[in-house]
Design a binder for this molecule. Sequence first.
Ligand code: PEP
Length: 252
Amino acid sequence: MNRKLIAGNWKMNGLRADLPTIREVATAAGASLGGPDVLLCVPATLLSEAAREAAGSALSVGGQTCHPAEKGAFTGDISARMLRELGANYVIVGHSERRTGHGETDEIVASQARAAVNAGLTPILCIGETLAERTAGETLKVIEGQLAGSLSGLDSAASLVLAYEPLWAIGTGKVATAGQIAEVHAFIRKFLVSRYGDAGTGVRILYGGSLNPGNAAEILPIPNVDGGLIGGASLKAGDFLAIYTTARALTV
Ligand code: PEP
């Protein structure tokens, strides 16, 4: 069984006034000996202060995207090395809001993931189907295509996290059923093992999509669910910590 990872995605939310939320999570996480890993992916503007709040605790901080290039003429972008310098250990790549809102294809996502690994970050690589694709019975085909494309050139599974996030469940309050989650996570695991051999069993696969304190106890114990990627419910320390506590009870 993999150690669970409870990861928050603050998206474009959070100002300095919200640093006490990070402090509260860091304090509650403490040293987290043997417990789940805990992470907050905050806006880049907050990263260095968030890293300072998290110092000495089990809480890690991460970015929400990175540019494939190390540096150059890419106005407004941020590189993986810049995130690393600010204290990030992880970076989300391929979130559906980036894929749809910024035209990030599987090929781009793969190059972002490679840039993350080269900079010493662990990429959290997001994949997931739309409602139309699920209704058409194409979920596993879509997932397979995204895996093949987004993992291109990533030859080691040593520093990699996957996140299955059905698009219709993100920010909607609709949650995939336990059966749907189990099916897709088992499929992803099989793909990872065929791609990376034994190392594929150690890649953590997170579920994301309206995960909250009320459904965490049902979702987190599902086989091949190694944690969660949490949007809305990560913005309030109480909600995020309730999910963390559920994971902790399963881990320790
Ligand atoms: C997300 O954006 O990654 C996410 C899972 O959001 P939410 O938890 O709000 O559905």
